[in-house]
Ligand binder design. Structure first.
Ligand code: AMP
Ligand code: MG
Length: 412
């Protein structure tokens, strides 16, 4: 058996960041910038009003107060999208709406709440003094033209995409989103809703893995169930190597007579068959596969068939590798030192046990975990309720109140 860190380092050393593509900023959400984005223009592009109110020369309303309002003539009006070339003089006001350009001559805005219309709007009574710059948004005070808005490596969130649109960066250079094919193997698997015949079970791993692949920031491609048939599996795998960036298989990598993934990948790919010192998910296969000799090689993740094992080995080994291919600066899930509210019992066996737990934030500000229950590698029901995985080191387990390193799958 090899340590999990060695297995992960091996996998990561083979999964390079994908090439750069150019996409519209909206389509880039979830992707990673491959080049810095320099703002081509100021945001906002011109000085404008932050409120609805009256543009004034601040010095000319210095004496205004609630007790002694100052009445000024209203010499114009400007709305968002509009423009006035009237140059404001001291002692005058221009009615202005949020986002409208500052009239020349004006240096502050009096909020509408501090004013009252006089003479049907021909004049305005100002009941509060303002300072130069009040309620005014300067040109470029969000973004200055010519500055680096985002460095390479920035993850495009919805807000980043919006800001890219806001500086007219209509297309951006990003790392291509990996297309990751997922297939299940096994003659016993049924996924069409038909009644189970003796020996058959419903297929579940593919649904789990397609979801996890998408959640990792990749495009998940469903290749369905492949029967335990070497010729068929070889055809599907070679075809996938020609079309996609990675393949994830489940089942058929242990020592059984019908472990066809092992037989086929052993023949057509450069594989490393691992026995990892973890529970669940001890057997794990990883290799590089090309559609033809000399063609581009893609990584192949051979996950074990037991549903919990396939999920855990995806989390520990495939997910960081796929994230690395996307160019994400953070490839691992966050881990915390959590409090085990109840004991996490186990026996010494030379392996780290990755126990599925439910994590929540305690009033002490720490993360607390409790087992989700059944920990068998076939018992997906309990695992499906987990939001974290506790790493219980070799030994007798973690006592109630003890600390356990915990991988957070989701927060909140
Ligand atoms: P294998 O690794 O192919 O020997 O499969 C190990 C166990 O996982 C067996 O009990 C299989 O029936 C089960 N299994 C394999 N693939 C799947 C799948 N896609 N969905 C649900 N169970 C599976
Ligand atoms: Mg099988």
């Amino acid at each position: 058996m090899i340590p999990i860190d060695e297995a992960r380092a091996h996998v990561l050393s083979h999964c390079a960041v994908l090439p750069v593509v150019e996409v519209p900023c909206r389509a880039a959400v979830g992707m990673v910038l491959a080049a810095p984005v320099v703002a081509g223009e100021d945001v906002p592009p011109f000085a404008n009003s932050a409120v609805d109110g009256y543009a004034v020369v601040a010095a000319s309303v210095a004496g205004a107060s609630a007790g002694a309002p100052l009445v000024l003539p209203v010499v114009g009006e400007v709305a968002a999208g509009g423009y006035t070339d009237r140059v404001l003089q001291p002692g005058e006001a221009i009615r202005i709406m949020t986002g409208a350009p500052m009239p020349a001559g004006a240096d502050a805005i009096v909020m509408v709440e501090d004013t009252e219309r006089v003479d049907g709007g021909a004049q305005v009574a100002i009941s509060k003094a303002v300072q130069a710059g009040d309620s005014l948004r300067g040109a470029g005070d969000d973004v200055r033209a010519g500055t680096v808005l985002y460095p390479a490596g920035t993850v495009v969130t919805p807000a980043v995409a919006g800001m890219l649109a806001g500086v007219n960066a209509a297309v951006v250079q990003v790392v291509r989103r990996p297309q990751v094919a997922v297939l299940s193997t096994g003659d016993e698997l049924v996924d069409d809703g038909s009644p189970l015949q003796p020996g058959q079970i419903r297929e579940s791993n593919r649904t789990v893995l397609l979801g996890l692949v998408a959640e990792a920031g990749c495009e998940a491609v469903d290749l369905g169930i492949v029967r335990d048939d070497e010729a068929e599996l070889e055809r599907v795998l070679l075809d996938a190597a020609a079309r996609f960036d990675a393949v994830v298989t489940s089942g058929g990598v242990s020592m059984g007579d019908y472990d066809v993934v092992k037989a086929v990948l052993g023949r057509i790919a450069t594989m490393r068959w691992m026995q990892i010192a973890i529970k669940p998910a001890k057997p794990f296969a990883f290799g590089m596969l090309a559609a033809a000799p000399g063609a581009r090689e893609i990584p192949v993740f051979g996950l074990p068939g037991n549903p919990v094992s396939s999920l855990v080995s995806f989390e520990l080994l495939a997910r960081p590798a796929l994230r690395q291919m996307t160019g994400h600066p953070v490839i691992q899930r966050p881990t915390v030192a959590a409090v085990a509210d109840a004991g996490l019992a186990r026996r010494p066996d030379g392996k780290i046990h990755f126990m599925r737990v439910f994590a929540s934030f305690g009033e002490d500000g720490r993360v607390h975990v409790t087992s989700v229950g059944a920990q068998g590698s076939h018992q997906l029901a309990a695992t499906s309720m987990a939001n974290a995985i506790a790493e219980v080191p070799d030994g007798d387990g973690v006592p109630a109140g003890g600390t356990v390193r915990t991988i957070l799958l989701s927060v909140g």
